[in-house]
Design a protein around this ligand. Sequence first.
Ligand code: NDP
Length: 483
Amino acid sequence: MPEMKKIQNYIDGELCAPQSGNYLDNYCPATGKVYSEVPDSDQNDVKVAVNAAKKAFPQWSTCGIETRSRILYKIADLIEDNLDRLALAESEDNGKPVKLATNVDIPRASSNFRFFASAIVNQSTEAHITEGQAVNYTHRHPIGIVGCISPWNLPLYLFTWKIAPALATGNCVIAKPSELTPMTAYLLSELCIEAGLPKGVLNIIHGLGAKVGEAIVSHNDISAISFTGGTATGKRIASIAAPMFKKLSLELGGKNPNIVFADCDFEKALSTSVQSSFANQGEICLCGSRIYVEERIYEKFRDAFVDKVDKLKVGDPKEEESNLGALVSKGHLEKVEGYVNLAIEEGGKLLTGGKRVQLDGDNANGYFFRPTVFEGLDSSCRTNQEEIFGPVVTLIPFTSVESVVEEANGTAYGLSATLWTENITKAHQVAAKLKSGIVWINCWLFRDLRTPFGGMKQSGVGREGGSEALKFFTEAQNVCVKI
Ligand code: NDP
């Protein structure tokens, strides 16, 4: 048997084993087999990394925006140069189709670095002039050492979305990817070395959330935490970090409504709704899992939607024609199955899907699940209230703007919403009433990296993206000069 590939931590510019010498199994979701090992790091690794970051901070925070920008551009270029290798690795680790990783995940990881490399050299700062008396200007300082913790669904994409602005603004970073999908973060550490990122500026520590994640959150010298993940984890992190007066950015779960009015462009609404339901196996926090369809077109939409969903191919993520790959883990597959059973118990009518897909050959033990559609469930049931984070959606008819807005807003979450109508006045009016951090009108997942990104209610605290991220990762200082 060839030796299993061992992922390494990236601390003080070196690839290294965890202090404990312990590793966890890393599974390939498409085969159900262990294919690599990931460090089972703990607080000792965090301590070493924080010491390295402390040593690196004085130089990194004062080396100048041109230097930082140049290195970030170099990392962006290297990600692009390694597109195919990174996309394959992302797919093997997460289960998503290689095609999706090639077209979305990896290019976006590169864009994240490129965007913030450019943002810091194009930024201006505010000045407030108290006429005839004083000039105030805002000086934004890097915070110091910051923690970045990211989930498994868009591994490199979300990991770099945090790291890039943190580094660009002059901070040193202690970062932890999900232990379910550590591979591309590991490959990124190799690229950072190649790009000449100074030692200790970025430290990537692998391992379990409850162990190494909490060690990052609770370390006294880490002054800010940027976290993306589940709402329950976010609550736990806030309970530790808030009393320590750490700056916190929390990007959490969602249960997003997708509202289809009868006056929509039917074909566009239909095909994008299939995508917004099942892209990345439905494992995107922005997927629209509650599809509200105006009663007048409900049956027509339902039949056409189910017909399209039936044509989606669940298959080997390496195959070009696979629309959905494998779910990320056995545990997650069982969770999704549990929700399908719950939907049936709650009286839902299963229109399609609802079962595992048995592939053959190497994929015989993979975690594949059919895209699943229910109807007949009201907005208040658990299926329509709790985040499933998989390929399961419900169709719900509605009769008026007032009722659909109330139902769309009727969950604990408020991340994103999509609405479909050709009546632009109505679109603006409905958008303003939706309690969601992001509203897409006649599109979905269209992203401009300058816009604020984040959720209301239990979907999060704070915003990422553009100037919001630059502000989060800096301390604003007002300097007042008396004239
Ligand atoms: P989790 O909350 O389980 O984990 C997210 C990250 O936090 C992982 O790296 C995890 O490590 C770590 N973690 C877990 N427990 C702790 C802890 N006590 N202290 C510190 N770190 C911890 O989320 P998932 O990985 O399961 O991701 C899915 C969730 O992420 C969904 O709810 C989804 O909606 C949300 N999400 C939100 C997005 C947004 O922008 N709002 C975008 C993408 C996803 P480990 O893997 O070892 O558990």
